[in-house]
Design a protein around this ligand. Structure first.
Ligand code: NAI
Ligand code: MG
Length: 506
């Protein structure tokens, strides 16, 4: 039990956190909170709004326009007009626009970072990295804007065949709440680089940084090229996925909604890119450098409070080193600073919402009920200063059946499950025994062993002796039910263009 003095200092810290967040909100929450359609800020058709909250304090940050099918219609019409008048026809215009967006994000990097801390709860150092990476992402696609030349193709015929890559037209993009600014960047940059116009639907938990982005670039953005419709999934997301004038859909979020998006897309045979969940394995070999193994695992599961589709959440550690490794891992997890995410020293902030906190804790509860051992964590932190927030302790679980729901499902929180292994084939079989296949990690000092394991893992990305590294240009996407298509790389442009063959008789 906390002593009186502890309770006193905790309540002072709590007051300081609330004040710090109120001050930050005053400076960084954007003033324009309408829908951004055709270059204008407008109310939702229904006039309705919803509140987005700060998960550290529980306070309301802002009321945001709640879009619905009517607003999606208006936004798609604006995007169609922009496409038809050729707003992005010139590759030079596209390159310039992407560079400008990168400049504007860089110019406001601190404000963007603080805004995502408030809306999402992520630690400020990680939000800074998001803003930096978002700007880099726009620059990467500015550098590879495709030209509109016709490319000669060797064929078996006698005519002259060329191909040209053309944009789809209007693209619908739906993004989640775990990396609000960065996910917007991942989606927007390749779509625009390829010459499409966009309707973007941010997550209802974290709509603010996408709105700020529009405010920052409004003066340079041709009307209708990007339209942002905030609102709830079924009201604003779903109509975007069924709209007949949307020629391409890109979605990041849960596998359940991803499947629905794909079904809706089938109605008009609309192309889809899906980036869905993960339940990603990390394999630790006995020859691993211990410090590398511990630090990589910490980053794998606790970066962004575990709210990463790429999170390494199933640890396969070799029996030979298990004891020593787990001792160190528990110590490192207990050493992480859980505190106000606006502080530079904080490593773990709150989860994005109470619903997400409760969801994480309910998985831990189910594991406990099934007789699993909780090696550390498993609860909310015992710190009165944080009691208004959606915090969950860093949690390590052992002695759990691999078929258990808490192992098979994506928890999306700071919860790692541990499985000791001895025989390679059995370990690989278990590592691949989930419906997901997004990412994975291998920790070993033997590069051949690393490559063999990488080839045997069913995953779109394999990190060796590191984790959650996202160098600009590295393709990212899922095997199995983790998705379709690759984002972030040159090939992403293929997902945003279609090939036209022109066959001329000579
Ligand atoms: P979600 O899949 O419902 O939300 C993601 C986005 O889809 C949001 O913008 C949401 O408004 C939109 N959406 C929801 N229903 C829709 C519909 N019927 N049609 C079109 N768009 C729709 O995910 P949610 O509920 O926020 O989180 C639940 C779980 O999903 C998480 O606990 C996590 O396991 C997983 N998730 C995975 C993410 C990833 O990056 N792979 C991101 C977010 C959630
Ligand atoms: Mg929020």
């Amino acid at each position: 039990m906390a002593s009186d003095t502890d309770a006193g200092s905790q309540s002072e810290r709590k007051t300081a956190i609330h004040e710090r967040h109120a001050d930050a909100a005053e400076t960084v929450v954007p003033e324009q909170l309408g829908l951004y359609i055709g270059g204008e800020w407008v109310e939702s058709a229904s006039g309705e709004t919803f509140e987005t909250r700060d998960p550290t304090t529980g306070e309301v940050l802002a009321s945001v326009a709640a879009g619905n099918a009517t607003d999606i219609d208006t936004a798609v019409a604006a995007a169609t007009r922009a496409f038809e008048r050729g707003a992005l026809e010139s590759p030079a215009t596209r390159e310039q626009l992407l560079e400008t967006i990168a400049d504007r994000i860089e110019g406001e990097q601190n404000a963007f970072a603080r805004l995502d801390v408030l809306d999402n709860g992520k630690p400020i150092t990680e939000a800074q990295a998001d803003a930096y990476l978002a700007a880099q992402h726009f620059r990467y696609f500015a550098d590879i804007v495709p030209d509109d030349e016709q490319t000669p193709v060797e064929t078996g015929g006698s005519g002259r065949v060329t191909t040209v890559q053309e944009p789809y037209g209007v693209v619908g993009q739906i993004i989640p709440w775990n990396f609000p600014l960065l996910m917007a960047a991942w989606k927007l940059a390749p779509a625009l680089a390829a010459g499409n116009t966009v309707v973007l639907k941010p997550a209802e938990q974290t709509p603010l940084s996408a709105l700020k982005l529009m405010a920052e670039i409004d003066d340079e953005l041709p009307d209708g090229v990007i339209n942002v419709v905030t609102g709830f999934g079924p009201d604003a997301g779903e109509p975007l996925t069924t709209h007949p004038d949307v020629r391409k859909l890109a979605f990041t979020g849960s596998t359940a909604v991803g499947k629905q998006v794909m079904k809706n897309a089938a109605e008009d045979v609309t192309d889809v890119t899906l980036e869905l969940g993960g339940k990603n394995p990390i394999v630790v070999y006995p020859d691993a450098d211990m410090e590398t193994a511990v630090q990589s695992t910490i980053i794998a599961i606790f970066y962004n409070t575990g709210e990463c589709c790429s999170a390494g959440s199933r640890l396969f550690v070799h029996e030979e080193i298990k004891e020593d490794f787990l001792d160190r891992l528990v110590a490192a997890a207990e050493d992480l600073t859980i505190d106000d995410p606006l502080l530079d020293s904080t490593r773990l902030g709150p989860k994005v919402s109470q619903a997400q906190r409760d969801r994480t804790l309910s998985f831990v509860e189910k594991a406990r009920d099934a007789g699993a051992s909780i090696l550390t964590g498993g609860d909310v932190p015992d710190d009165g200063a944080l009691s208004d927030g959606c915090f969950v302790e860093p949690t390590l679980i052992a002695d759990i059946d691999h078929d258990h729901e808490a192992v098979q499902k994506e928890i999306f929180g700071p919860v790692l499950e541990v499985f000791p292994w001895e025989e390679y084939g059995e370990m690989i079989e278990l590592a691949n025994d989930v419906e997901y296949g997004l990412a994975s990690g291998v920790i070993t000092s033997d590069i051949e062993q690393a490559n063999r394991t990488a080839r045997d893992l069913e995953a779109g990305t394999v990190w060796v002796n590191q984790y959650n590294d996202f160098p600009t240009g590295m393709p990212f996407g899922g095997y199995k039910q983790s998705g379709i298509g690759r984002e972030r790389g040159r090939e992403t442009l293929d997902h945003y263009t279609q090939t036209k063959s022109i066959d001329v008789s000579l």
